[in-house]
Design a protein around this ligand. Structure first.
Ligand code: GLN
Length: 242
Protein backbone atom coordinates (compact mmCIF):
# COMPACT_ATOMS: atom_id res chain seq x y z
CA UNK A 1 0.00 0.00 0.00
CA UNK A 2 1.13 3.57 -0.63
CA UNK A 3 0.57 7.04 0.85
CA UNK A 4 1.51 10.28 -0.94
CA UNK A 5 2.13 13.23 1.37
CA UNK A 6 1.97 16.92 0.42
CA UNK A 7 4.01 18.98 2.88
CA UNK A 8 2.70 22.52 2.42
CA UNK A 9 5.18 25.43 2.55
CA UNK A 10 7.77 23.76 4.82
CA UNK A 11 10.24 26.59 4.26
CA UNK A 12 7.76 29.12 5.65
CA UNK A 13 5.66 27.25 8.22
CA UNK A 14 7.93 24.98 10.27
CA UNK A 15 8.19 26.68 13.63
CA UNK A 16 9.12 24.62 16.76
CA UNK A 17 10.17 21.65 14.61
CA UNK A 18 6.69 20.93 13.30
CA UNK A 19 8.39 19.03 10.46
CA UNK A 20 8.81 16.27 13.06
CA UNK A 21 5.17 15.40 12.45
CA UNK A 22 5.98 14.37 8.86
CA UNK A 23 8.99 12.39 10.09
CA UNK A 24 6.88 10.48 12.63
CA UNK A 25 4.14 9.81 10.06
CA UNK A 26 6.73 8.45 7.57
CA UNK A 27 8.48 6.29 10.19
CA UNK A 28 5.28 4.63 11.37
CA UNK A 29 4.46 3.87 7.72
CA UNK A 30 7.88 2.49 6.77
CA UNK A 31 8.02 0.34 9.93
CA UNK A 32 4.89 -1.33 8.52
CA UNK A 33 6.25 -1.58 4.96
CA UNK A 34 3.76 0.99 3.75
CA UNK A 35 5.31 2.85 0.81
CA UNK A 36 5.25 6.60 1.56
CA UNK A 37 6.45 9.54 -0.53
CA UNK A 38 6.68 13.20 0.50
CA UNK A 39 6.23 16.09 -1.94
CA UNK A 40 7.19 19.53 -0.64
CA UNK A 41 4.79 22.18 -1.98
CA UNK A 42 6.26 25.67 -2.27
CA UNK A 43 4.93 29.09 -3.27
CA UNK A 44 3.56 29.00 -6.87
CA UNK A 45 3.56 25.16 -6.97
CA UNK A 46 0.27 23.83 -8.30
CA UNK A 47 -1.56 21.26 -6.14
CA UNK A 48 -3.20 18.34 -7.97
CA UNK A 49 -5.74 17.00 -5.44
CA UNK A 50 -5.74 13.55 -7.09
CA UNK A 51 -2.08 12.97 -6.17
CA UNK A 52 -2.05 13.27 -2.39
CA UNK A 53 -3.59 11.30 0.47
CA UNK A 54 -2.18 13.28 3.43
CA UNK A 55 -1.45 17.03 3.68
CA UNK A 56 0.62 18.64 6.43
CA UNK A 57 1.06 22.34 7.23
CA UNK A 58 3.04 23.61 10.22
CA UNK A 59 2.97 26.71 12.36
CA UNK A 60 4.70 30.05 11.95
CA UNK A 61 4.90 33.66 12.97
CA UNK A 62 2.44 36.24 11.65
CA UNK A 63 4.95 37.37 8.98
CA UNK A 64 5.20 33.94 7.35
CA UNK A 65 1.46 33.49 7.65
CA UNK A 66 0.89 36.55 5.44
CA UNK A 67 2.80 34.97 2.52
CA UNK A 68 1.10 31.59 2.96
CA UNK A 69 -2.34 33.17 3.35
CA UNK A 70 -2.03 34.82 -0.06
CA UNK A 71 -0.75 31.59 -1.64
CA UNK A 72 -3.46 29.43 -0.07
CA UNK A 73 -6.16 31.59 -1.68
CA UNK A 74 -4.87 30.33 -5.05
CA UNK A 75 -5.07 26.74 -3.80
CA UNK A 76 -8.53 26.95 -2.20
CA UNK A 77 -10.36 24.98 -4.92
CA UNK A 78 -7.95 22.01 -5.19
CA UNK A 79 -7.68 21.78 -1.39
CA UNK A 80 -11.48 21.71 -1.03
CA UNK A 81 -11.59 19.04 -3.75
CA UNK A 82 -8.98 17.10 -1.75
CA UNK A 83 -11.05 17.40 1.43
CA UNK A 84 -14.19 16.27 -0.40
CA UNK A 85 -12.29 13.28 -1.82
CA UNK A 86 -11.48 12.08 1.71
CA UNK A 87 -7.87 13.26 1.86
CA UNK A 88 -6.47 13.73 5.37
CA UNK A 89 -5.06 17.06 6.60
CA UNK A 90 -3.08 17.94 9.71
CA UNK A 91 -2.59 21.67 10.36
CA UNK A 92 -0.61 23.02 13.30
CA UNK A 93 -1.15 26.44 14.92
CA UNK A 94 -0.42 29.09 12.24
CA UNK A 95 -1.36 26.64 9.49
CA UNK A 96 -4.47 25.65 11.49
CA UNK A 97 -5.51 29.32 11.76
CA UNK A 98 -5.30 29.67 7.95
CA UNK A 99 -7.52 26.61 7.45
CA UNK A 100 -10.37 28.57 9.07
CA UNK A 101 -12.23 31.56 7.62
CA UNK A 102 -9.69 34.22 8.73
CA UNK A 103 -6.91 35.13 11.17
CA UNK A 104 -7.04 38.73 12.47
CA UNK A 105 -3.55 39.54 13.90
CA UNK A 106 -2.92 42.45 16.24
CA UNK A 107 -1.48 44.63 13.50
CA UNK A 108 -1.87 44.73 9.77
CA UNK A 109 -4.30 43.07 7.38
CA UNK A 110 -6.82 40.40 8.30
CA UNK A 111 -5.48 37.17 6.75
CA UNK A 112 -8.02 35.27 4.70
CA UNK A 113 -8.25 31.53 5.38
CA UNK A 114 -9.51 28.82 3.05
CA UNK A 115 -12.44 27.64 5.21
CA UNK A 116 -11.62 23.97 5.28
CA UNK A 117 -12.64 24.34 8.93
CA UNK A 118 -15.59 26.38 10.20
CA UNK A 119 -13.47 28.48 12.53
CA UNK A 120 -12.04 31.98 12.88
CA UNK A 121 -9.11 33.41 14.86
CA UNK A 122 -8.56 36.79 16.47
CA UNK A 123 -5.25 37.78 18.11
CA UNK A 124 -5.60 38.09 21.89
CA UNK A 125 -3.58 40.13 24.38
CA UNK A 126 -1.97 37.10 26.03
CA UNK A 127 0.49 34.70 24.45
CA UNK A 128 -0.39 31.20 25.59
CA UNK A 129 2.86 29.30 26.11
CA UNK A 130 3.15 25.93 27.84
CA UNK A 131 2.35 22.24 27.92
CA UNK A 132 -1.11 21.08 26.96
CA UNK A 133 -2.95 17.87 27.77
CA UNK A 134 -6.18 17.15 25.92
CA UNK A 135 -8.90 14.56 26.46
CA UNK A 136 -9.83 13.71 22.88
CA UNK A 137 -13.19 12.64 21.50
CA UNK A 138 -11.55 11.06 18.44
CA UNK A 139 -11.68 7.23 18.06
CA UNK A 140 -8.04 6.70 19.11
CA UNK A 141 -6.52 3.40 20.31
CA UNK A 142 -4.99 2.85 23.76
CA UNK A 143 -5.91 6.19 25.35
CA UNK A 144 -7.84 9.40 24.65
CA UNK A 145 -5.13 11.75 25.89
CA UNK A 146 -3.15 13.96 23.51
CA UNK A 147 -0.12 15.93 24.69
CA UNK A 148 1.82 18.82 23.19
CA UNK A 149 3.09 22.36 23.60
CA UNK A 150 1.31 25.59 22.73
CA UNK A 151 2.71 29.02 21.79
CA UNK A 152 0.11 31.32 20.25
CA UNK A 153 -1.69 34.60 20.82
CA UNK A 154 -4.45 33.76 18.38
CA UNK A 155 -7.82 32.84 19.89
CA UNK A 156 -9.76 30.39 17.74
CA UNK A 157 -13.52 29.88 17.86
CA UNK A 158 -15.37 27.03 16.15
CA UNK A 159 -18.75 27.17 14.42
CA UNK A 160 -21.04 25.06 12.23
CA UNK A 161 -20.29 21.35 11.97
CA UNK A 162 -16.64 21.75 12.97
CA UNK A 163 -15.92 20.02 16.28
CA UNK A 164 -12.91 20.28 18.64
CA UNK A 165 -10.46 17.35 18.73
CA UNK A 166 -10.95 17.42 22.49
CA UNK A 167 -11.01 19.43 25.68
CA UNK A 168 -8.00 20.75 27.57
CA UNK A 169 -7.29 19.49 31.09
CA UNK A 170 -3.88 21.25 31.18
CA UNK A 171 -3.17 24.41 29.19
CA UNK A 172 -5.38 26.81 27.21
CA UNK A 173 -6.18 25.28 23.82
CA UNK A 174 -8.17 27.17 21.19
CA UNK A 175 -8.96 30.30 23.20
CA UNK A 176 -8.38 29.75 26.92
CA UNK A 177 -12.10 30.20 27.58
CA UNK A 178 -14.28 27.34 26.29
CA UNK A 179 -11.81 24.51 27.09
CA UNK A 180 -11.86 23.36 23.47
CA UNK A 181 -8.65 22.40 21.67
CA UNK A 182 -8.19 22.05 17.94
CA UNK A 183 -10.83 21.32 15.34
CA UNK A 184 -11.87 18.73 12.80
CA UNK A 185 -14.30 18.46 9.94
CA UNK A 186 -14.39 15.39 7.65
CA UNK A 187 -10.69 14.31 7.63
CA UNK A 188 -9.29 17.81 8.21
CA UNK A 189 -7.62 18.15 11.64
CA UNK A 190 -6.23 21.34 13.12
CA UNK A 191 -4.55 21.84 16.48
CA UNK A 192 -2.42 24.25 18.49
CA UNK A 193 -0.26 21.37 19.71
CA UNK A 194 3.38 21.75 18.74
CA UNK A 195 5.96 19.39 20.22
CA UNK A 196 6.09 18.18 17.58
CA UNK A 197 2.77 16.53 18.12
CA UNK A 198 2.88 13.14 16.41
CA UNK A 199 6.09 11.59 17.85
CA UNK A 200 4.59 11.68 21.38
CA UNK A 201 1.10 10.72 20.23
CA UNK A 202 1.56 7.46 18.27
CA UNK A 203 -2.15 6.64 18.50
CA UNK A 204 -3.05 9.89 16.70
CA UNK A 205 -0.33 9.24 14.09
CA UNK A 206 -1.77 5.78 13.44
CA UNK A 207 -5.30 7.21 13.21
CA UNK A 208 -4.14 9.64 10.49
CA UNK A 209 -2.25 6.84 8.65
CA UNK A 210 -5.34 4.59 8.79
CA UNK A 211 -7.58 7.37 7.38
CA UNK A 212 -5.02 8.17 4.67
CA UNK A 213 -4.91 4.51 3.56
CA UNK A 214 -8.69 4.05 3.69
CA UNK A 215 -9.10 6.78 1.07
CA UNK A 216 -7.74 4.31 -1.54
CA UNK A 217 -7.90 0.84 0.05
CA UNK A 218 -11.06 0.75 2.14
CA UNK A 219 -11.07 -0.54 5.71
CA UNK A 220 -7.51 -1.31 6.93
CA UNK A 221 -6.07 -2.56 10.21
CA UNK A 222 -2.54 -1.40 10.98
CA UNK A 223 0.02 -3.97 12.16
CA UNK A 224 1.19 -3.57 15.77
CA UNK A 225 4.72 -2.11 16.09
CA UNK A 226 7.08 -1.76 19.03
CA UNK A 227 6.45 1.81 20.20
CA UNK A 228 7.48 1.45 23.83
CA UNK A 229 9.55 4.67 23.77
CA UNK A 230 6.77 6.70 22.15
CA UNK A 231 4.43 5.67 24.97
CA UNK A 232 7.05 6.36 27.62
CA UNK A 233 7.33 9.89 26.19
CA UNK A 234 3.54 10.28 25.97
CA UNK A 235 2.88 9.11 29.51
CA UNK A 236 5.69 11.25 30.92
CA UNK A 237 4.45 14.34 29.05
CA UNK A 238 0.81 13.82 30.07
CA UNK A 239 1.82 13.95 33.75
CA UNK A 240 3.35 17.42 33.45
CA UNK A 241 1.30 19.89 35.45
CA UNK A 242 1.63 23.06 33.37
N1 GLN B 1 1.20 33.67 14.64
C1 GLN B 1 0.18 32.83 15.23
C2 GLN B 1 -0.10 33.19 16.71
O1 GLN B 1 0.73 33.75 17.36
C3 GLN B 1 0.57 31.37 15.15
C4 GLN B 1 1.81 31.04 15.98
C5 GLN B 1 2.31 29.61 15.76
O2 GLN B 1 2.16 29.01 14.69
N2 GLN B 1 2.94 29.04 16.82
O3 GLN B 1 -1.18 32.86 17.20
Amino acid sequence: MQINIAHLYPDLLNIYGDKGNVTAFIKRCTWRNIDVKVHEIGINDKINPELYDFYFIGGGQDQQQIAVSHELQKQKTPLHEAMDSGAVFLAICGGYQLFGHYYRPHDGEELKGISLLDAYTIAGNTRYIGNVTVLSDLPLNNTNTLTGFENHSGLTYLEGETKPIGSVIIGNGNNGKDKSEGAYKKNVFGTYLHGSLLPKNPHFTDYLIKLSLERNYGQVNLAEINDEFEWLAHNRAVKRKY
